[in-house]
Design a protein around this ligand. Structure first.
Ligand code: FMN
Length: 379
């Protein structure tokens, strides 16, 4: 399994729903988060996209140069950009980062945002465009010369002269919960992503996505996007969850839920339905807390508990077939460290350092009495 972290390009704070405890999300701050994730050994970072975020391609391009191993999961937006231009952009970033680019295909779920970006298509039409876009994008990125004439998109002699490092192209990741999304995933993408729904719901989605892929003689890999509130004890973790929303008012929740109700994203509707805008039933499945989604769009759930509890829940998802976990926590810099410290030792990570590797910089803690390497804790 692999752990990813998240770059908070749409704001970061110690608390949700208030400017109290907020911090400036500058390039310098994002660099600190990315470099922390790189140093700690996360496999990569997800960069969100949309009008509430700094531009994800500019962020990824600038930070690729300042990190060494970290992969960047960056969104492409069918219907907003030309597939040929997008494929060339991806090829360049993949080349310049030595093959550290992963692509997140985002069809879009907020009609108001789509209109602002010049797209007036229905949900079904957006998926038709995504389907045609990916046929062109994949051909161009794979080094082919593409001629394509579809219902929405048409290109002639489309190509890039500078192919990506990864073959046939940087892996395509994709999240979407509607039937159209799952059908498209089965045919064209490599990794199917879901927001953090309860295990039974995730199992259901995975079964549907596997069946959709089987129709094309394909298999998919699976990833999940969750927040994590892990502390040394269960009590401390639940206290931290309460603190995270301690300044959220009922008016703020009502305003957020009203905004979400205009979305036509099935995934967003499923997130909102988990809590129904109510504060009093937020543990929607053992150790799965929907409090973040009271005010945050997209990923709205967190795994909450002691390291052992959270690791056990992660392994439940692993047993369903989930390989990749994209985590975050508030604030994102400190929590990148906390999650690595508390969870990495309990998980079978593909990207963990080999056990017993000689490394004079640890990790073992500060040397005792200038002479003694600190021993493991006695639980
Ligand atoms: N939508 C965005 O507008 N920006 C994003 O950055 C974004 N990231 C996503 C990350 C994950 C892990 C998932 C599961 C979804 C994300 N989405 C994002 C939303 C989907 O890409 C999709 O457009 C939306 O859910 C509508 O599809 P649906 O109706 O099939 O669920």
């Amino acid at each position: 399994m692999q752990l990813f972290w998240f770059l908070p390009t749409h704001g970061d704070s110690r608390y949700l729903g208030t400017s109290r405890g907020a911090r400036t999300v500058s390039h310098r701050y994002l660099r600190q988060v990315a470099q922390a994730a790189d140093e700690l050994g996360y496999e990569g970072v997800l960069i969100p996209t949309g009008r509430s975020c700094e531009d994800s391609w500019v962020v990824a391009s600038s930070l690729a140069a300042q990190t060494e191993r970290l992969k960047f999961l960056v969104a492409i937006r069918p219907g907003i950009i030309s597939p040929t231009v997008s494929a060339r952009q991806a090829a360049t970033l993949d080349r310049f980062s030595d093959g550290r680019l992963l692509i997140n295909v985002v069809t879009g779920g907020d009609p108001d945002e789509q209109h602002g970006d010049g797209s007036f298509l229905t949900h079904a039409e957006r998926y038709e465009v995504t389907d045609e876009f990916l046929r062109i994008w994949r051909g161009v990125a794979a080094g082919e010369t593409v001629n394509f004439s579809g219902k929405h998109l048409r290109v002639e002699n489309a190509k890039t002269l500078y192919p990506p490092v990864q073959k046939p192209y940087p892996p395509l990741w994709f999240g979407g919960s509607s039937d159209a999304a799952i059908a498209l995933a089965g045919e064209q993408v490599d990794v199917y992503l879901t927001w953090g729904e309860p295990p039974a719901d995730v199992a259901d989605k995975i079964a549907k996505a596997r069946a959709a892929a089987a129709k094309h003689g394909r298999t998919l890999r699976f990833g999940i996007r969750l927040h994590v509130i892990v502390r040394e004890t269960s009590e401390a973790a639940w206290r931290a969850a309460d603190e995270l929303i301690s300044y959220v008012t009922d008016d703020t929740i009502a305003a957020a839920q009203k905004a979400f109700s205009r979305f036509d994203s099935v995934g967003q509707q499923r997130m909102a339905a988990l809590h129904g805008g109510r504060r009093d039933r937020l543990e929607v499945s053992p150790n799965l807390w929907a409090g973040v989604g009271l005010v945050r769009g997209g990923a709205g759930t967190a795994l909450v508990g002691s390291p052992e509890e959270v690791a056990a829940r992660i392994k439940e998802y692993v047993a369903l077939g989930v390989e990749t976990f994209i985590f975050s926590g508030y604030p994102h810099l400190e929590e990148a460290y906390r999650v690595a410290e508390l969870l990495f030792p309990l998980l079978p990570l593909d990207h963990a350092r080999p056990a017993g590797q000689a490394n004079i910089t640890g990790p073992f803690g500060e040397v005792i009495a200038n002479d003694i390497v600190p021993p493991p804790s006695q639980a």
